[in-house]
Write a protein that binds this ligand. Structure first.
Ligand SMILES: [Zn+2]
Ligand SMILES: [Zn+2]
Length: 421
């Protein structure tokens, strides 16, 4: 649709959105109180699938374990794929909200953990369900094919890939555009878009360093992996500071360093766990190869009996919005939101959203929807306290339902309309 038509389309849809909000608020609170860990989103998936069926979508379930795809064909026109992630996090919620989660579950290691939607994926699911209803009940306003995708396991970086591996590309129509959105700290009622990299690539590795254990009093009979790990950790910090160009952005964090059990035993090995965030494919590859080079060189310098072992813990690709498609979304946002839509800076978080676009070789656009109480947000901004607002993954993360619920619906609706006839 052209901008003038999008404006008319939005104006018509606006009253339908208002009517739908009470129902969606109930759905949101229910999802919020019933969060499920990554790749175990069975209840959430069923709620989404049943709702899509009610809305006359052709529904497929169990894709990549819990993934749901709904297709709504409505005449000739582009195929628009909309994606929502469904999983919650192993965090005990501490928002004090009347609808806060009190759920407890066992994580992959069998440890009992609190579970909550502190990344806001419950809102993503609610938004997409709402969009499905709006488009299915008002087919006279648009033409084309709408594909609603509910994805598992975003927080573990496996969900999108598991759907692709389960035949997603062969089983469903190839989209002309893939759209996704995330609730973030930001003034509620606003949307932030960006051409190019909007979210970082994230790579996590485990590196096991091998020494030779022995008595703490006889280091000459050993190869000390503690010293090896310490030297490696320090040297790894020279990658970003000394090898990456200063105009590039990158982070390398050694978040875990484990070795030994007792003060007078030199252990056999040590383990580092590290996390890397980058905004450029070349920089990412440069850092990954520097990590390997430094780890191997430090082991050789320590006379290690064998080379270190590298295990990938997770890998999130760069989320890099297509320039032309982003311009189209930005134009539609401008028509809908005026100065409440803005060009945002990239965020150092990561997403597996782009896995669909990368595998299908189609453009994708991802944007942020502000979820912070506007009064609170503007007050914090005025006092230079924005970093004090609990961010996604904090036990205190609590987006306000109004107007966030409506803004997300409008954003996704207007972006989809920019492609549909
Ligand atoms: Zn998250
Ligand atoms: Zn998230």
């Amino acid at each position: 649709m052209e901008i003038s038509k999008i404006k008319a389309f939005n104006a018509t849809m606006d009253s339908f959105i208002e009517q739908l909000l009470p129902e969606l608020e109930e759905i949101y609170k229910d999802l919020h109180q019933n969060p499920e860990l990554s790749m175990e989103e069975f209840r959430t998936a069923k709620i989404a699938a049943d709702y899509l069926t009610q809305c006359q979508f052709e529904v497929s379930t169990g894709i990549g374990i819990t993934g749901v795809v709904g297709v709504l064909r409505n005449g000739k026109g582009p195929v628009v794929m909309l994606r929502a992630d469904m999983d919650a996090l192993p965090v005990t919620e501490n928002t004090g909200l009347p609808y806060a989660s009190t759920k407890i579950a066992r994580d992959e290691e069998g440890v009992e953990v609190g579970v909550s939607h502190v990344c806001g994926h419950d809102l993503h699911v609610t938004w997409l369900m709402g969009i499905a209803r709006l488009f299915s009940e008002h087919k006279e306003l648009w033409k084309g094919t709408l594909m609603a995708v509910f994805q598992p396991g975003e927080e573990v970086g496996r969900g999108a890939q598991s759907m692709v591996d389960d035949g997603m590309l062969e089983r469903f129509p190839k989209p002309d555009i893939i759209l996704g959105q995330h609730v973030m700290v930001g003034e509620a009622g606003t949307v932030g878009y960006r051409s190019g990299a909007i979210l970082a690539a994230g790579n996590s590795l485990k590196v096991k360093l091998f020494g030779r254990g022995g008595h703490g009093s006889q280091p000459q009979t050993t190869v000390d992996p503690v010293v090896m790990a310490a030297a490696t950790t320090l040297r790894l910090q020279t990658i970003v500071s000394r090898e990456v160009a200063p105009i590039e952005n990158a982070v390398l964090t050694v978040g875990a360093l484990q070795a030994g059990t007792k003060e007078n035993i030199i252990p056999e090995d040590a383990t580092l766990k590290l996390n890397i965030r980058t905004f450029d494919e070349g920089v990412k590859n440069q850092i990954l190869s520097a990590v390997k080079r430094i780890c191997c060189a430090e082991c050789a310098a320590s006379n290690a009996p064998r080379e270190p072992e590298f295990t990938e813990l997770s890998s999130y690709p760069l989320t890099e919005n297509d320039a032309l498609a982003t311009a189209r979304v930005a134009g539609a946002f401008e028509a809908q939101f005026g100065d409440k839509s803005y060009e945002t800076k990239p965020a150092s978080g990561s997403e597996d959203f782009s896995v669909f676009g990368r595998n299908w070789h189609v453009p994708y656009v991802f944007w942020f929807v502000g979820g912070t109480d506007p009064v609170l947000y503007l007050e914090a901004k005025k006092n230079n306290q924005l970093n004090a607002i609990p961010s996604n993954h904090s036990p205190m993360f609590a987006p306000v339902i109004h107007p966030t619920l409506k803004t997300g619906l409008q954003a996704m609706m207007t972006a989809a309309a920019a492609w549909l006839n």
